[in-house]
Design a protein around this ligand. Sequence first.
Ligand SMILES: [Zn+2]
Length: 74
Amino acid sequence: METKKGTKISDADAKKMDRSKMGIAIAGEADVEGQEMYIGIVECPWCGLRGRAILDTDRYSFFGCGHCGHHFHA
Ligand SMILES: [Zn+2]
């Protein structure tokens, strides 16, 4: 499975970004029925969490970490 290392987005920048474009990185088994083809692993650059996320760049341009709540590009 693909692992993408994230790059940090500062809290100030994250506030300006479109929340509808934010995916969430979740540790463990995320329930994302029908999206299996897009599932990958992203690594949070803030806390090091490796979480499952939907890697669909048409839908999500950045991610929020389900563990520490910070934001990153992946
Ligand atoms: Zn994190």
